[in-house]
Design a binder for this molecule. Structure first.
Ligand code: ADP
Ligand code: MG
Length: 446
């Protein structure tokens, strides 16, 4: 059975079990593109991170159970967010005969992201320069190269661009790209199947190892241990290692000290928010790539409104283009305004609401929003709840009673107590402080 047939069977067998709720329709049925089934990992792609979160919170177990019924094996479900039609492209490319299947999986470099189509500006010039020079003599210049910055600023793009450039210069090199999540899932699957030897062999045979979003390793202790050994082996053989994260190594406070030290021993460089000129240049390049001519005025209109996330910037542009195609309308300010209205709040200023806080906090701690509003007192839920209340107090105009209301009708003294508790705890608990800092950063970047 191929991956599509399996997915079709999953959907059929799921619907008997799960009520056909709206959530299921939106986040699973309509959103999922099956991508790959390999080594007990079933990978699906969804267009938005909310789909991914919902699947992970609500549907993962049921899907895995269905996968087990269908394949007769224990399967790990892995969910990736793939903007626009990337999932289709991945499948397309995977099925293209010139690219062999072992050459194009999720553990490989995506040819779509290159240095040629990466716009350089002051926000990323050091990162790009470091990335380019590391590709000149992989393993010998900056090792590891550690790139960090907020979501949507081009870390993954740069990483793939490095992989593609090295491939050009060294066609024989074994270049592996993985997200730390994929690495973790594959490792866990290998433990279950007693294939860790093969798993190790695969990663230790890399000439270049690109690991994206290493912040997700923070809570995965066994995987950290495994990754530590992989890292050491490759490092001692002068194999190039590139890592990305949303924070710098010293802010990965939950990560084991020895990994943090390893991550810091090469070059650490950040990517920051692009300025207006860079945003314009990116929009121009992306429009060109879509073979669409768009006036400076319209591009400027977009660049003025979306400032801190290139993924959003690109998303807005693509929405405008597809809107114009669908409705046969010319791309002008009016159309752009209409589309942006659906993306941005009225005044263009991102307003932080309790709902957004709960969204981010629940995603960060991998619990549900209902948990935040509920009464469960176990630490893994009560701490995030206290954090969410603290953030509401800090970032919105709400008073304690109002906050209590949105958290399932708690009284003001409970909220006050919780907020104080977090404030006090932050004085000595560095990990908590860094979690909160991260969530705030995430809330502030649209
Ligand atoms: P991150 O990994 O930091 O979250 P990505 O690398 O996924 O961000 O970038 C998000 C989107 O923005 C991608 O489609 C990428 O091609 C695009 N992008 C980011 N930076 C640039 C840039 N400097 N030039 C062109 N495209 C960019
Ligand atoms: Mg990324």
């Amino acid at each position: 059975m191929d991956v599509n047939q399996i997915w079709t069977s999953v959907l059929q067998s799921m619907e008997n079990n799960i009520n056909s709720t709206v959530g299921y329709k939106i986040h699973v049925k309509d959103a999922v593109t099956p991508v790959l089934f390999e080594n007990s990992v079933f990978l699906i792609a969804v267009p938005m991170s909310i789909n991914k979160n919902m699947i992970e919170f609500r549907y993962k177990k049921d899907i895995e159970a269905a996968l087990e019924r269908i394949t007769g094996k224990k399967i790990n479900l892995s969910v990736m967010v793939s903007e626009h039609t990337d999932a289709e492209k991945i499948i397309e490319q995977k099925n293209t005969p010139e690219i062999s299947s072992e050459q194009f999986g999720l553990d490989m470099v995506n040819p779509k992201y290159t240095f040629e189509n990466f716009v350089i500006g002051s926000s990323n010039e050091y990162a790009t320069a470091a990335a380019i020079s590391a590709t000149e003599q992989p393993g010998y210049i900056y090792n590891p190269l550690f790139l960090y910055g907020n979501s949507g600023l081009g870390k993954t793009h740069l990483m793939h661009a490095m992989g593609n450039r090295i491939k050009e210069n060294h066609p024989d090199f074994n270049i592996i790209y993985v997200t730390s999540e994929f690495f973790t899932n594959e490792f866990i699957a290998s433990l279950k199947e007693f294939t860790t030897a093969e798993f190790r062999k695969k990663y230790r045979a890399a000439d270049v190892l690109l690991v994206d979003d290493v912040q997700f390793l923070e809570t995965k202790e066994a995987t950290q241990e495994e990754f530590f050994h992989t890292f050491n082996d490759l490092y001692s053989l002068n194999k190039q290692i590139v890592l990305t994260s949303d924070r710098k190594p010293s802010d990965l406070t939950v990560l084991e000290e020895r990994l943090r030290t390893r991550f810091s021993q090469g070059l650490i460089i950040d990517i920051t928010i692009p300025n207006y000129e860079t945003r314009m240049a990116i929009l121009q390049k992306k429009a060109e790539f879509q073979n669409t001519v768009i006036s400076e005025e319209v591009l400027g209109y977009i660049a003025d409104r979306i400032k801190s996330n290139i993924r959003e910037l690109e998303g807005a542009l693509l929405k405008i283009i597809s809107m114009s195609e669908m409705s046969h309308r010319e791309i002008n300010i009016e159309l752009a305004e209409e589309v942006l209205k659906s993306i941005l709040p009225k005044d263009g200023i991102v307003k932080i609401t309790p709902d957004k806080i709960m969204d981010k906090v629940s995603v960060y701690y991998k619990i549900t929003k209902d948990d935040l509003k509920g009464k469960i007192k176990t630490k893994n839920i009560s701490v995030p709840r206290q954090v969410a209340m603290y953030l509401c107090k800090k970032l919105t105009d709400m008073n304690y009673s109002m906050i209590g209301n949105v958290f399932g009708g708690k009284d003001r003294t409970t909220v006050l107590h919780n907020v104080n508790k977090i404030e006090k705890e932050m004085e000595s608990n560095e990990a908590l402080k860094s979690d909160i800092k991260y969530i705030i950063k995430d809330l502030e970047s649209i």
